[in-house]
Design a protein around this ligand. Structure first.
Ligand code: ATP
Ligand code: MG
Length: 650
């Protein structure tokens, strides 16, 4: 049911309402985790539509992960909005490119590359450089970073030097592999993920009729998690806007967790410079978490260094009190995982739904030991953020089988028919006992559950309709939901929330990750990642680590440096005084947090690109103060320098 425009503002606080009800035009919400940014923009979209400012089909909302885009769609649907697009940048670009490709390029759209390692290996071979697997992976990440940063192979060596990139081999060699990779990929008529954005941007920038058609169609743009925008995504956004200003952005610079991939909070923090007439709203009330979790989150981010000027917000908890966050140290990882699974079992027994519980870790490889521990206790789980659902092997096989079957639709009404097709590619009646096989089974079962959902919501839903729905979801990268405890990397957890969150593996070398050690900017990014983790919890928050990897192993690990000052005095782990690991300082800009490029910048404490308004504000205050003191002392203002001068004068 569609709500009235004013009804859509109910349930928002005054600041959220100001952003949601602002007329068309630029709006920026700068706010901390859990303060209702995503809620505000979904209400804003609904309000703009309900009050007739824009049609649902003219709205394009984008964010960074498929799950977050799915979450936005769910919230929009709950507000009665039908037809507004909420997608990841990549899914939006893919859809647009598919549409414009025949006109711009003239034939069928090229296929999407399934992981780029194979082609990077070919390129490395042609460039006669080492093909060690680890190095190839690092080169692939460098290529991704360069493309996301709009850096061509020709410019790569100079830019890598300027930004002090830790390159996997000589920058000129990386550039050579990058150049060859592009050649090999284009010759094979393939696109990688960044190409989707690059080509869509080019289609809009270089073709007036394409741009006109696009801009007639879409008029209102919304970006969630804007603190993680890359230069490439920003360029695409600019191409979408085409000089118009109907854009709403929301973000939290303290949650920038992709700067290693080229993302920067600068466009968020500079938004008002670009759109001086923008409505700007700051939110500080935290509606997600208990005051206990909020207090911990404030401590975590309060310890951050080099926070940009626009990000020093303190969260104020709004919810009733809850349990204190719990800390626990274990001898080894399987023991830690077993204890976490035991706690999960207790929560489930106490009535907390499995879908309200998450176990979050730094790297996907950590999931295995938790999968085993949950399987041992027969607790259902799903792994997020590893492989993308629709790119999983068994799902690709299932899609082929279902598409083929749709050509000659089975006569059975929908769920048994889907089951029968999936049985042919390995969906057994009973689940396998665990591990990867169980995960594959769960993924296939999710396709059956989608059929059940469709059958329940659409009377007489046909097999063809089901396959069409699947195709649509695949295009939008909107995976069906699998019921169970969530296992996810911290990166994949951004924007989401659960009643109970377990942050596991909080030992040095894992959190922060080994490679960040000694690099202050990288350590700060790890700290922000930790902050993202802490702020996912509504109520229960467990933080744990173990001293060795395997049972009986050497207990040489230390708990994460980010836990210093968080563990209550009475906790056994707090009693052992530990030296905080030091980091080699690579100075960063105090305005935007990026690394400083030269000694002048280091002297100023900010990069050349950041404006000096902070300094100006300070100087103005200092000037006023001097003038005042000079009047008092009846001396010319230039005499008043410092306290010492004043004492001397007095
Ligand atoms: P993140 O930075 O993690 O993305 P966010 O700022 O986008 O967080 P939301 O996810 O929009 O925050 O909101 C956090 C939680 O608080 C949600 O459950 C949301 O429904 C709730 N919430 C937000 N605003 C209000 C409000 N005014 N009254 C009650 N609940 C609210
Ligand atoms: Mg959000």
């Amino acid at each position: 049911m569609t709500k009235s425009p004013t009804g859509l503002l109910d349930g928002l606080d005054p600041e959220q309402r100001a952003a949601a009800a602002a007329p068309r035009g630029p709006v920026c919400v700068l706010a901390g985790a859990g303060t209702g940014k995503t809620r505000t923009i979904t209400h804003r979209i609904a309000h703009l539509i309900a009050s007739g400012h824009v049609a649902a089909g003219q709205v394009l909302a984008v964010t960074f992960t498929a799950r977050a885009a799915g979450e936005m769609r769910t919230r929009l649907r709950a507000l009665g909005v039908d037809g507004a697009q909420a997608l990841t940048f990549h899914a939006a670009a893919r859809r647009q490119l598919r549409y414009f490709w025949p006109r711009v390029v003239g034939d069928r759209m090229w296929d999407l590359l399934d992981g780029k390692l194979r082609l990077v290996a070919q390129a490395a071979q042609r460039s006669r450089v080492s093909s060690d697997a680890e190095i190839l992976r690092d080169i692939a990440s460098e290529i991704e970073w360069a493309k996301a940063s709009l850096i061509s192979p020709e410019d790569y060596p100079a830019q890598a030097a300027r930004l002090q990139r830790d390159t996997p081999m000589q920058a000129a060699q990386v550039a050579e592999v990058y150049r060859k990779y592009e050649e090999v990929k284009n010759a094979a008529r393939m696109l990688d993920f960044d190409d989707l954005l690059l080509h869509t941007t080019a289609a809009l920038e270089d073709n007036a009729d394409v741009a006109r058609e696009f801009r007639d169609r879409y008029r209102c743009f919304v970006v969630d998690e804007y603190q993680d925008v890359t230069p490439l995504q920003q360029r695409l956004l600019d191409a979408w806007l085409g000089g118009r200003d109907d854009i709403t952005v929301v973000g939290d610079a303290n949650q920038t967790i992709y700067s290693f991939g080229g993302a920067s909070p600068r466009p968020l923090l500079d938004f008002t410079r670009r759109f001086p007439e923008a409505t700007v709203v700051r939110l500080e009330r935290d509606y997600r978490s208990t005051p206990q979790v909020v207090e911990l989150a404030n401590k975590v981010i309060g310890a951050a260094r080099g926070r940009p000027a626009g990000s020093r917000l303190k969260l104020v908890g709004q919810r009733p009190d809850g349990p204190e966050p719990r800390f626990a140290e274990f001898d080894d990882e399987p023991t830690e995982a077993g204890a976490v699974a035991g706690r999960v079992r207790q929560l489930l027994d106490a009535g907390v739904p499995a879908s309200e519980i998450a176990i979050l870790y730094r790297v996907n490889a950590q999931s295995e030991v938790y999968e085993q521990a949950l399987t041992d206790l027969e607790i259902p789980y799903l792994v997020r953020g590893g492989e993308r659902f629709f790119e999983r092997r068994e799902i690709r096989q299932a899609m082929v089988a279902l598409r083929t079957a749709a050509g000659d639709p089975p006569s059975a009404e929908l769920v048994p028919a889907v089951r029968a097709v999936l049985a042919r590619i390995g969906l057994t009646e009973q689940p396998p006992s665990g591990g990867a096989a169980k995960e594959r089974w769960d993924a296939l079962l999710a396709l059956v559950e989608l059929a059940e959902e469709l059958a329940a919501s659409v009377e007489g839903a046909s097999f063809g309709r089901y396959v069409a729905e699947l195709e649509q979801r695949a295009a939008a990268q909107h995976p069906p939901t699998v019921e169970g405890v969530t296992l996810a990397s911290l990166h994949a957890a951004k924007g989401l929330e659960w009643d109970a969150v377990f942050l596991v593996g909080l030992a040095e070398g894992t959190m922060p990750i080994q490679r960040a050690d000694g690099d202050e900017a990288a350590i700060e990014e790890e700290r922000r990642l930790f902050y993202v983790g802490v702020t996912r919890a509504r109520e229960h928050l467990w933080l744990s680590w173990s001293l060795s990897r395997h049972p009986g192993g050497r207990r040489h690990r230390r708990r994460s440096r980010f836990l210093y000052g968080l563990i209550p005095e009475e906790h056994p782990a707090a009693r052992v005084p530990r030296r905080q690991p030091t980091t080699r300082t690579k100075p960063s800009c105090r305005m935007c947090g990026e690394q400083l490029a030269n000694t002048l910048e280091v002297k100023l404490g900010r990069c050349a690109r950041c404006p000096s308004d902070l300094d100006e504000a300070l100087l103005t205050r200092l000037k006023d103060w001097r003038a005042e003191r000079a009047r008092e002392l009846k001396v010319p203002p230039f005499v008043v320098f410092t306290d010492a001068t004043l004492v001397a004068i007095a």
